[in-house]
Design a protein around this ligand. Structure first.
Ligand code: DC
Length: 236
């Protein structure tokens, strides 16, 4: 069967990483969560005291970041100088600073080729914000996972075992709204739905239902996919 390039975009906490990883596993593809690259640069900038107003300093951090592959080929971990920092890059301090860092055009261009190289060879689900629009505009399949901001905030609060009516849950909702706004209004590669994306709305879905929908979209695309022969006029 085909080894497609699948772009999986969507807003923060739409389930791209968990759904994408599970779907990739089911179809035997690699998985890459590109948000980790932006998170890792943000974390490293904070730990090394590099300001968001220093594009050169930020770009200088990019080569120190590596994504780590697990046994299933999922690039879902972060290594800096060979040390695993996956948990650190998901800390709330990174959540609040990452939109500003990822709006820096120099950071985006420094990460662009990295992401394209990772996707080369196909057989990959790549998750992010601008994968279908900028990083891999020729992806074989583009999926946009959507969910309302309240649903996303509710899921995140549940993951963190917070009281859904408490202050911490309200702060999550506010932070997500802020991040949505920043991601959608930045100058370079804002969060947009690619015109040829298949939109999967996940409000009210169980996790497995969304995975099944994404796997179904990949299987459909594989069935439709005509491998490039490189030649022309092959009538056989
Ligand atoms: O998906 P996430 O929440 O881990 O992403 C973290 C941030 O990185 C998010 O605020 C926007 C940015 N990002 C991006 O600009 N482009 C991507 N392809 C992936 C993430």
């Amino acid at each position: 069967m085909g080894r497609l390039v699948v772009a999986l975009d969507g807003p923060g906490s739409s389930g791209k990483s968990s759904v994408g990883a599970a779907a990739a596993r089911e179809v035997g593809y690699r998985f890459c969560d590109t948000g980790l690259l932006y998170r890792a640069v943000t974390w490293l900038a904070e730990s090394r005291g590099v300001s968001v107003d220093d594009p050169e300093g930020l770009v200088g951090l990019v080569d120190d970041v590596q994504l780590a592959s697990d046994a299933d080929g999922r690039l879902a971990g972060v290594l800096v100088d060979g040390i695993d920092h996956t948990a650190d890059v998901r800390a709330p301090a990174v959540d609040s600073a990452v939109s500003a860092v990822s709006a820096v055009p120099e950071v985006r261009s420094a990460l662009l080729q990295r992401q394209r190289d990772l996707a080369s060879g196909g057989g990959i689900v790549m998750a992010g914000r601008d994968i279908g629009t900028v990083v891999l505009p020729d992806a074989d399949l583009k999926v946009y996972l959507d969910a309302s901001v309240t649903e996303r905030a509710r899921r995140r609060a549940q993951e963190r075992r917070l009281d859904p009516d408490g202050l911490a849950a309200a702060a999550i909702l506010e932070a997500l709204r802020r991040r949505d706004h920043l991601d959608a209004t930045r100058q370079v590669a804002p969060l947009r739905i690619a015109p040829d994306a298949r939109i999967i709305t996940t409000d009210g879905n169980e996790f497995d239902e969304t995975v099944t929908a994404v796997v179904g979209a990949i299987r459909d695309a594989e069935a439709r996919h005509v491998p490039e022969t490189g030649g022309s006029g092959d009538a056989s």
